[in-house]
Design a protein around this ligand. Structure first.
Ligand SMILES: *Cc1c(COP(=O)(O)O)cnc(C)c1O
Length: 432
């Protein structure tokens, strides 16, 4: 056993004495997850490490309170404090993102998007969004989602030759199909979203433009990606990805849509808000307004660029040829390894990624051709661009090993990953 970490039981007892006493089984699992997050190179682009302050805020007695409604208009008494908590969160959200209105109550990104449908569409109405296998999200009208079964989803993708969204195609689809809502943004889009271009199309076709910035909210807050604020009617975002807050979501909007959005979230879709999450969102928004966070956001992008260049120089095929943001979508067809086999080998090596479809993927969604990786979490540990050559080399060695079945390479990389992770402790985790 390595000397750098405390004995896990001691750690758990010291840090979570009540949980350890009541439920040692669960306490041990939490400690094990802590250790896993400390020891692995986490490259899933939607994941991050929240600060100790955000963790503390999300584990408070605020969670004991029921608060259906909005500040000043609640259905339960005893809101003297909760109203202040939610008001602070709302004010910080509108200020950080430069929008008129913010609703901080959605339980997560998917319910936030469902509230958008409830606010602007009737069942059967048309929604235009990016298709899931091209990089969009399930909730943008994809067939297996309620948004694609209760509504009529029309989907755009990316061009085969460039791997990028073709706004002419989006415009043609919008003119032909007349969607009531257009979603832009996605989960596997390595390039800048042209909010102005989408806004022109929405304006021309009379659609409500929703910018779903779940993945890039932190980059926008930090000034490392253009803001949708001047262009979008509604901005939907999760709070737990690049924004580095608790698991939750927000809907920001122009003043004219405030009432529709608020009514859709409550009473349309949800009951009481998760007040402990609201508090932690407020803390994350305060952190995201600092110069340090702006530096973080720019470093996330610099690290992704550097990692992309290092991977490309090792013969990896990057969808769209590179990245403008925090993520890279890699087509492994040329490496002769399916995405899932590569992802599982990387996981054994302590490098956590997800297998992912690539545009025009000939393979099945549950066994696709690519992997998706991103730099938000490693950047939260302070890992600099100068280490991206090492990371790319590990990925290269493990992908080759996944093909040849050479498990000793995987084990060797696992040890090297641990050493680097020990040098860059993660926020919010105990340091040994
Ligand atoms: C993550 C994500 C969501 C959904 O968020 P959940 O919190 O997982 O429900 C919605 N839209 C986009 C673009 C996302 O990346």
């Amino acid at each position: 056993m390595r000397q750098t970490r405390e004995d896990p039981v001691t750690t758990s007892e010291n840090r979570r004495p009540a949980l350890t006493a009541t439920d040692p089984e669960l306490a041990a699992l939490v400690t094990a997850e802590e250790r896993l997050q400390a020891d692995t190179l986490r490259l899933i682009p939607s994941e991050n490490y929240v600060s100790a302050a955000v963790l503390e805020a999300s584990g408070t007695v605020l969670q004991n309170k029921y608060s259906e409604g909005y500040p000043g208009k609640r259905y339960y008494e005893g809101q003297q404090i909760i109203d202040q908590v939610e008001t602070v969160a709302v004010e910080r959200a509108t200020s950080l993102f430069g929008m008129d209105h913010a609703n901080v109550q959605p339980y997560s990104g998917s319910p936030a998007n469902l509230a958008v449908y409830l606010a602007f569409l009737q069942p059967g109405d048309t929604v235009l969004g990016m298709s899931l296998p091209m990089g969009g999200h399930l909730t943008h009208g994809w067939g297996v989602s309620a948004t694609g079964t209760w509504f009529r989803g029309v989907q755009y993708g990316v061009r085969r030759d460039t791997g990028r969204i073709d706004l002419d195609e989006v415009r043609d689809l919008a003119l032909a199909e007349r969607p009531k809502v257009i979603f832009c943004g996605g989960t596997a889009v390595p390039r800048e979203i042209d909010f102005a271009g989408f806004a022109e199309i929405a304006e021309e076709t009379g659609a409500v433009l929703v910018a779903d910035i779940a993945h890039i909210a932190g980059l926008i807050a930090g000034g490392a990606h253009p803001s949708p604020a001047p262009y979008a009617d509604v901005v939907s975002t999760t709070t737990h990805k690049t924004l580095r807050g608790p698991r939750g979501a927000m809907l920001l909007s122009r003043a004219e849509h405030a009432r529709a959005i608020d009514r859709a979230v409550f009473p349309g879709l949800q009951g009481g808000p998760h007040n402990q999450t609201t508090a932690a969102i407020a803390v994350a928004l305060k952190e995201a307004a600092t110069p340090g966070f702006s530096a973080y956001a720019h470093q996330v992008v610099a690290n992704a660029r550097a990692l992309g260049e290092e991977l490309a120089s090792r013969g990896f095929d990057l969808v769209s040829g590179g990245t403008d943001n925090h993520l890279l979508l890699i087509d492994l067809t040329g490496k002769d390894v399916p995405g899932k086999i590569a992802a599982k080998a990387l996981d054994r090596a302590g490098i956590v990624v997800n297998y992912n479809a690539v545009p025009y993927d000939p393979r099945k969604p549950f066994d696709p051709s690519g992997i998706r990786i991103g730099t938000p979490a490693l950047t939260s540990r302070g890992i600099p661009a100068s280490e991206m050559g090492t990371v790319a080399e590990w990925i290269d060695r493990v992908v080759v090993a996944a093909r040849t079945g050479d498990e000793t390479v995987v084990e060797k990389v696992r040890a090297e990953v641990r050493t680097l992770m020990d040098a860059y402790p993660a926020p919010g985790l105990p340091v040994g």
